[in-house]
Design a protein around this ligand. Structure first.
Ligand code: UN1
Length: 493
């Protein structure tokens, strides 16, 4: 069992309080993989102070040099990919193939941001006047609090840590209290790549206490949060200040539209991966399948059949398709939504129960669950559930499909072979990400990631300009007059 500590100003340290959290393996709920401290105000203050102290030095290191450290971190994560993937899989419960994907995404963003150290581009534009130049430059913002969820224990922290670092910020990282072991290992590898003390600090604890203390801390300049819309809204209130930046990636209720001209085999495969990959615990999960009525029967039967063949089991065995939910609370939430769906009048055509055969009863497994006959205004079609449950909604045409509105707007998808349907969906789907002939999960790190409406606030994650580089830099505009006389801008002359 791993005993995780905080890491502040270049060394491991205990938290002020001796209270700890036990990180349990979701597939065997009584087995603990590690413990982590529950930090309070003293610990948070110390970490913020260390990050503040390190900031002037770190921001002055040339970005290509910062990039070299990031490059080394990428190489080291790659070397430890399998070991880290196994920790992710055991601690979070995603199947081992997806544990590897989680770590791969961290590696990808590390390499990408290492290269960004040689760009961090802004603009140089002509002046209205001779003997004068105009440009913008990107500067580090300061001390960032990075607050991350349990569903991607290494990828999401990496999406935030690497761009924050390349831009010259210093960090207090507060990972989810459900996945402290994977997060601590990631932070350690990055620190060991050669970061100066105080640049990347790790504080463990609960969202309610450590997370809230960070969000409201006077000496934090920016917050980047991924998690539920409810917590995001709370952080927004806590952090409200004219001098604090805040960006949040939040929930989703992501649709796959299957048109009458779609390749049904492809759509079935995509819906299966989108709805039941990571046991539906992605903010991008395909939790609504909106199907054209002319192919509804064919699609639904093929989808039900394929989903019924998915194998639940230990996430660390290579032949498992679907792992457990993260904890009992999450499992009960999904079971509650199954009751809600049934009482709303939707028809349960697959699953709908906790899976308990053999050793499954030791974990928080729910059978892949499909509802049909779902209407767009039902709660199971509107609210984020975060489990292996998807809702099939029948529509008469594309317009009807697109009109199926929700408060979220993260990812969306359409399966069609018709170029016009594809173009209309691209234009009209009210979401930050649109996939054509692919499910709603699986965004690549070189483009910005984020949603509209209740799904996203502030800047987007990942990507370069328009994404994470915007999140972690501020833009300064510089006018330099070397004409040797007072020159007034055109508006004043
Ligand atoms: C999330 O679920 O919080 O696009 C992130 C995807 C992954 C990231 C998901 N690359 O599905």
């Amino acid at each position: 069992m791993k005993k995780v500590n905080n890491y502040i100003d270049g060394s491991y340290c205990k938290a002020e309080s001796s209270k700890t959290i036990r990180s349990l393996t979701p597939a065997h709920s009584t087995v603990a993989i590690g413990t982590a401290p529950l930090s309070g105000a003293v610990d948070v203050d110390r970490a913020v102070e260390a990050a503040r102290k390190a900031f002037p030095f770190w921001r002055a290191v040339p970005a290509p040099k910062r990039g070299e450290i990031l490059y080394r971190a990428a190489e080291n994560i790659l070397k430890e990919k399998e070991e880290l993937a196994r920790i992710v899989s055991a601690e979070m419960g995603k199947i081992i193939a997806e544990g590897r994907s989680d770590v791969q995404e961290a590696i990808d963003i590390a390499y990408y941001m290492a290269g960004e150290g040689r760009r961090l581009s802004a603009e140089t534009v002509p002046s209205e006047l001779a003997g004068k130049d105009c440009k913008s430059v990107r500067e580090a913002i300061g001390v960032f609090a990075l607050i991350t969820p349990w569903n991607f224990p290494t990828a999401i922290p990496a999406w935030k840590i690497f761009p924050a670092l390349i831009a010259g910020n210093t960090i207090v990282f507060k990972p989810s209290s459900y996945t402290p072991v994977a997060a601590a290992r990631l932070a350690q590898i990055i620190n060991d790549a050669g970061l100066p003390p105080g640049v990347l600090n790790l504080v463990n604890g609960s969202g309610e206490e450590a997370g809230s203390l960070l969000a409201s801390h006077d000496d934090i300049d920016g917050i980047s949060f991924t998690g539920s819309s409810k917590v995001g809204e709370g952080l927004l209130k806590l952090s409200a200040s004219l001098t604090k930046e805040i960006s949040c990636e939040m929930g989703g209720k992501n649709p796959i539209i299957v048109m009458d001209d779609a390749r049904i085999d492809l759509a079935v495969e995509g819906a299966l991966w989108g709805a039941f990959g990571t046991a539906g615990q992605r903010c991008t999960a395909s939790s609504r399948i909106i199907v054209h009525r002319d192919i509804l029967e064919n699609f639904t039967e093929a989808f039900r059949k394929a989903a019924s063949a998915l194998k639940l089991g230990d996430p660390l065995s290579e032949d498992t398709d679907v792992g457990p939910l993260i904890n009992e609370e999450q499992m009960n939430k999904v079971l509650k939504y199954i009751e809600i769906g049934t009482s709303e009048g939707a028809s349960l055509i697959l699953g709908g129960r906790r899976a308990t055969g053999g050793s499954l009863s030791e974990g928080y497994f729910i059978e892949p669950t499909i509802f049909t006959g779902v209407r767009g205004n039902m709660r199971i079609a509107q609210e984020e559930i975060f489990g292996p449950l998807t809702a099939i909604i029948e529509v008469k045409d594309l317009e009807d499909a697109i009109a199926n509105g929700v408060d979220y707007g993260l990812a969306s998808s359409i399966y069609t072979q018709d170029v016009n349907n594809s173009a209309i969906a691209e234009r009209d789907l009210d979401a930050g990400i649109v996939y054509i002939n692919a499910p709603t999960i699986g965004a690549e790190i070189q483009l910005p990631f984020g949603g509209y409406k209740k799904s996203g606030l502030g800047h987007k994650e990942a990507g370069g300009m328009g994404g994470a580089i915007d999140m972690f830099t501020k833009l300064k505009v510089i006018y330099r007059d070397f004409s040797g006389k007072l020159q007034k801008a055109q508006m004043d002359s």
